[in-house]
Design a protein around this ligand. Structure first.
Ligand SMILES: C[S@@+](CC[C@H](N)C(=O)[O-])C[C@H]1O[C@@H](n2cnc3c(N)ncnc32)[C@H](O)[C@@H]1O
Length: 431
């Protein structure tokens, strides 16, 4: 069990503020966990099923909140962009006032900003440096170019989304908001929002991002939840719940005093956690490695056409059996391997269910083992390259050097996890 440390005075103030605003906190407190920032610790014995925290609807921050609605932004602005713009306005106003006046640290943001009374919460957000230390979007290019393939793809998408939001909003934003500040608040939204379907609003409401609840997609369903945003992630943790009354978290098992209580952000692989949240878990039942970068280059144009027709092009997953940690490949991978090894007619029999494909499993396994052995050798080279990179030339001072060394450590850790998964799969594929 990792020791929980006193998080500091601003967290005591924040907890008092949350309670004053109707949040009920039961048997837990914020604490600092080395390597994980702030998390939530059990302050007494907790029984499975106990509600640990409830944040009332009027303390949640989402785009239907009056303070966010008051900010005049183009209709086409995404929910993510809208929240990030609000936090950027708020952050810029507060930090500007704070630096100008040494004696007065509070500020009254313009009426379009979230209420000044939110400032005890804001003071507990991770700093820009905290995010720079962990998130691959801030890695130097030398490290970014060595990300595993699925992480590279996720980072590209993240950058596209950020740039789309910034490009559409920057002409209308207050000029004091720089791209750097907007990137920071956009990433705060990315790492701290919870899934929210606006249950306090009627099913058809002009305040819903799609006017009708039935039309909502995941990209519309974001809310910031003060206090609940201090739960760190574990692969099996408490599941946050929301309804008309607000957001809550109940214990999914018993906890002892001093134990960290985590929620699950979802069934995410370590590559997803790394790009979206800036960490990888040592033990992750949902971890997986995408084999697309290994298998797709082996396909001919005709192969790709056939796979596309059946909806089987890409998405080839190597995962681990949750209980035994034995590597397993998904059905799509079994299909593409049959196409590569046995040809189109046997592949067609397999995908149509005429043939269960078990008769040729040994030769299919052998083929995949060969592909994985080759990749395992490549990983040895990638690890050497990453460890030998001269990152000193990427930095300006000792603090930044420490930061990039931490980034390198996470990247090396992830590659070693992939190497381990691949090597275990090679063994499991042997006859
Ligand atoms: C919703 S916030 C949780 C509170 C956060 N630790 C803080 O200090 O404000 C999500 C962020 O917490 C960190 N985090 C969450 N779970 C983690 C874990 N299991 N290990 C390391 N960092 C974690 C990551 O930086 C992530 O982006």
């Amino acid at each position: 069990m990792t020791a929980a440390l006193d998080p500091g005075e601003q967290y005591t103030d924040f907890t008092a503020w949350a309670k004053e605003n109707g949040t009920s906190i039961n048997g837990i407190a914020p604490a600092r966990f080395p390597g994980r920032g702030i998390g939530i610790v059990a302050s007494r014995n907790i029984k499975k099923g106990e509600v640990l925290v409830h944040v009332p609807t009027n303390s949640l921050l989402h785009i239907a909140h009056p303070s966010i609605r008051a900010i005049n932004l183009p209709d086409s602005t995404t929910v993510h962009a809208r929240l990030a713009a609000a936090l950027a306005l708020w952050y810029t106003t507060t930090t500007k006032t704070t630096t100008k006046t040494t004696t007065k640290t509070t500020t009254t943001p313009p009426s379009s900003n979230p209420p000044a009374s939110y400032s005890p919460w804001q003071k507990t957000w991770p700093t820009p440096t905290d995010l720079k230390t962990t998130l691959p979007i801030y890695y130097p290019e030398a490290l970014q170019t060595h990300l595993p393939p699925a992480a590279t793809h996720l980072l590209k998408q993240q950058l596209q989304n950020l740039n789309r939001d910034w490009t559409s909003l920057s002409p209308t934003l207050n000029p004091t908001i720089t791209k750097e500040t907007y990137t920071y608040t956009w990433l705060l939204v990315n790492t701290r929002t919870f899934y929210y379907t606006y249950p306090h609003l009627p099913a058809t409401s002009p305040l819903l991002p799609t006017r009708r609840r039935s039309k909502l997609t995941a990209s519309h369903c974001y809310a910031l939840c003060p206090f609940i945003d201090y739960f760190n992630h574990a692969d099996t943790g408490c599941t946050p719940h929301h309804d008309r009354s607000g957001y809550s978290v109940a214990a999914e098992r018993d906890y002892g005093p001093g134990e960290e209580v985590c929620v699950s952000y979802g069934a995410h692989s370590n590559e997803f956690l790394m790009v979206e949240y800036g960490f990888v878990l040592d033990c992750n039942a949902w971890d997986a490695f995408l084999l697309d970068a290994l298998l797709v280059p082996l396909l001919s144009g005709g192969h790709k056409e056939a796979l596309r027709e059946h909806g089987f092009l890409g998405g080839y997953v190597l995962a681990c059996e949750a209980e035994t940690q034995v590597p397993v490949v998904c059905h799509r991978t079994q299909a593409v391997l049959r196409l590569l090894v046995l040809g189109s007619s046997r592949y067609a029999d397999f995908v149509s269910g005429v043939d269960d494909g078990l008769g040729e499993q040994a030769s299919v396994n052998q083929y995949l083992a060969g592909v994985l052995v080759k990749y395992s050798r490549e990983i040895v080279g990638i690890l050497e390259e990453v460890q030998d990179l001269d990152l000193k030339k990427e930095v300006e001072n000792d603090d930044q050097e420490e930061m990039v060394e931490g980034q390198r450590e996470t990247l090396v850790k992830r590659w070693k996890q992939i190497q381990d998964m691949i090597n275990r799969a090679i063994i499991a594929l042997q006859p």
